[in-house]
Design a protein around this ligand. Structure first.
Ligand code: DHB
Ligand code: FE
Length: 266
């Protein structure tokens, strides 16, 4: 638990910093009032998780990752839902019969710090669909869509068939989106997969993986991209140029990406 001393130190310091910046920018009463109204609207719109996770979580996460030796982590963001369906690897993420998007096979191994594979570990994965929408939070995808707890096989391997997510755009209608417009910033995060990786006796790892060549990798509104989390996307279809007939082999837009997770001990 945080002690009273630390609470006073940290909060006192943050408040002093905010007050200094108010002076630095000669903030007016009108600006103070509109900031206050805006903060109230953030609460009314239920956007505290979204706002905080975009603008501040990355700093807390970077500090937490410095305390790990295994794979680096990444922000959780506001869209995790516990209790997703349990599947054994290899598997296909729950999806609509006509799930839009290009097929992606995401595979790898979960290991400990020595490199020993961890059979029966869990890759709890969630992602946006090919329009950038998350199930449970956006109207379209049904509950559970593109979410699962995937159990690694006897070699600690996972192979998850899914679709490539699209970049995610912070909703423009809400107060967070309105603030971004007011500041002339953009609303985008690069396309990403989210995961929590768990194994008995290991520290859970919350991370995200991004795709090389995608948009907004250098300009994530949430400031969460790390170079070591950017995956190469291998295109598996049409490589030999033999089939010629686009769309005839059912493999159009078939990609593969790989990543090995290394978990710290508890
Ligand atoms: C937000 C959304 C995400 O998909 C994410 O990964 C991080 C943050 C957000 O809207 O706050
Ligand atoms: Fe996300």
């Amino acid at each position: 638990m945080t002690t009273q001393q630390r609470t006073a130190e940290v909060l006192g310091d943050i408040f002093a910093a905010v007050n200094e910046r108010i002076v630095k920018h000669s903030v007016t009463y009108e600006e103070y009032q509109s900031a206050k109204d805006w903060l109230i609207r953030i609460g009314e719109a239920g956007e505290w998780p979204l706002f905080l996770d975009v603008f501040f979580e990355h700093t807390v996460e970077n500090l937490a990752s410095q305390r790990r030796s295994g794979s680096t982590g990444c922000i959780e963001g506001p869209y995790y839902v516990p209790g997703a369906r349990q599947l054994d690897s290899p598997c296909t993420l729950p999806q609509r019969p006509d799930e839009p998007g290009e097929k992606l096979v995401f595979s790898g191994t979960v290991r400990d710090l020595d490199g020993t594979p961890l059979p029966g570990s869990i890759v709890d994965i969630w992602q946006a669909d090919a329009y950038g929408y998350y199930s449970h939070f956006h109207p379209d995808p049904p509950d559970g869509n593109l979410r699962a707890n995937v159990r690694t096989d006897e070699h600690g391997r996972f192979e998850i068939t899914t679709v490539l997510p699209a970049p995610y755009e912070i909703p423009k209608e809400g107060p967070t989106g309105a603030m971004i417009i007011a500041a002339g910033w953009h609303h985008w995060r690069p396309a990403h997969l989210h995961m929590m990786v768990r194994a008995p006796g290991k520290r859970p790892l919350t991370s995200q993986l991004f795709f090389a060549g995608g948009n907004y990798l250098d300009d994530d509104v949430a400031g969460a991209v790390k170079p070591e989390l950017i995956l190469r996307l291998d295109r598996l279809d049409g490589q030999d140029g033999q089939d010629g007939q686009d769309g005839q082999d059912g493999l159009d837009g078939h990609y593969a990406a790989g990543y090995d997770f290394r978990l710290d001990p508890v």
